[in-house]
Ligand binder design. Structure first.
Ligand SMILES: NC(=O)c1ccc[n+]([C@@H]2O[C@H](COP(=O)([O-])OP(=O)(O)OC[C@H]3O[C@@H](n4cnc5c(N)ncnc54)[C@H](OP(=O)(O)O)[C@@H]3O)[C@@H](O)[C@H]2O)c1
Length: 330
């Protein structure tokens, strides 16, 4: 059993900038307030929107300085405040915060937590919230279902891979854009891979085999607008990368209604993952202290699944990642 902590090591920054502004700081950790628990973070995810906020691209982000990093985590409850519901010391949980998940211990309101099923790995649990909830919210907004032929861009990435698997599970025909390295991965999921870049509209038409494309989700933010016109996607059934950004920022709001909604979406995601509707693939995992390397990896824009941070990694020895094998042998 993890011991009750009086300190936490947390990632903070004092001004906007690249990942090198991030610092690990050890601070006193107060006991959990009423309605809160203390969670020992085992695994946390990183996402592009964290990086955009840190770099000052999200000008409406009004958190006090110093600012904290990270919004998704999984861990073990190590202390319980009054009125913490069914959460007990030793409970495995998955949670979300507006900022501050990149830490060894966090105090979190129980309204932002769900129980982690034993069948989910710490990695899948810790990286699930923001990408998965974004994926699900966009699919729900578009009401993607069995009659759809949907194009999903960056279909092997953090958001796209979850989105494509869930869309497929709903019965849709899913065409996913990716580079050559990800063709086999997407095919294994039953998703039709199409290479991004010049001539993509023709390749999508071929993949659709005569069917009309009924919806298009542009996660990457490159080909979307042009493709909607070229493919004749119905008005209202397109989501741009900017729309997706809005969804992400909504999921990070701190007001009680938004937190409750985000937790509901997280609970649905956990159910879907437990039912193996989707599998969260680990693109890379880094010790917390190597967070800037984790962001450098994400910013290469070739993740297959999620880039994660571990707080208790047995070894930081790096092995060849599965997604690098294509390049290594090619
Ligand atoms: N507009 C916004 O505010 C906003 C918000 C969040 C994210 N984004 C962007 O959305 C993208 C995907 O998000 P994510 O969180 O899923 O990121 P991610 O995990 O970093 O996505 C990586 C995936 O993007 C694919 N990719 C690379 N170049 C591409 C291209 N030209 N067209 C289509 N796909 C391409 C890669 O496939 P291969 O490895 O096979 O090349 C890889 O699987 C990121 O580039 C991110 O910057 C934009």
């Amino acid at each position: 059993m993890a011991k009750k902590p009086d300190q936490t090591t947390i990632v903070e920054y004092d001004h906007v900038g690249e990942a090198d502004v991030l610092e690990l700081r050890t601070q006193p950790l107060p006991p959990p307030a009423p309605g809160e628990v203390t969670v020992q973070v085992i695994c946390a995810g990183i996402s592009h929107i964290d990086g955009f906020i840190r770099a000052g691209r999200e000008t409406d982000w009004d958190e006090q300085w110093p600012r904290r990093s990270g919004s998704e985590f999984a861990g073990i409850v190590v202390a319980v405040g009054e009125g913490a519901g069914g959460f007990r010391v030793g409970s495995d949980v998955i949670g979300h915060v507006r900022a501050g998940a990149h830490a060894t211990f966090v105090n979190v309101p129980v309204v932002a937590l769900v129980m982690k099923p034993k069948s989910l790995t710490w990695e899948a649990a810790g990286g699930m919230f923001l990408s998965g909830a974004t994926a699900l919210e966009v699919l729900d907004e578009l009401k993607i279902g069995a009659s759809d032929v949907v194009v999903i861009s960056a279909a092997a990435g953090g958001v796209g891979s979850i989105q494509a698997q869930v869309a497929k599970h709903r019965g849709a025909t899913v065409i996913g854009t990716c580079g050559d390295r990800n063709f086999d991965y997407l095919r294994q999921l039953g998703i039709k891979p199409v290479r991004y870049g010049d001539g993509i509209a023709d390749r999508i038409r071929r993949a659709a085999a005569g069917a009309s494309v009924t919806a298009l989700i542009d996660n990457f933010g490159q080909d979307g607008h042009a493709l909607v016109d070229e493919l004749g996607v119905p008005a209202g059934r397109y989501r741009s990368s900017a729309d997706r950004r809005e969804v992400e920022l909504r999921l990070l709001r701190g007001d009680p209604e938004s937190v409750a909604h985000a937790t509901d979406v997280l609970a649905r995601l956990v159910d879907l993952a437990q039912a193996r509707t989707f599998t969260l693939l680990v693109s890379g995992i880094y010790p917390l202290r190597r967070i800037s390397e984790a962001y450098a990896d994400l910013q290469k824009l070739h993740s297959r699944g999620k880039v994660l941070l571990g707080t208790n990694m047995v070894s930081s020895f790096r092995t060849l990642k599965a997604r690098d094998v294509h390049e290594a042998v090619g």
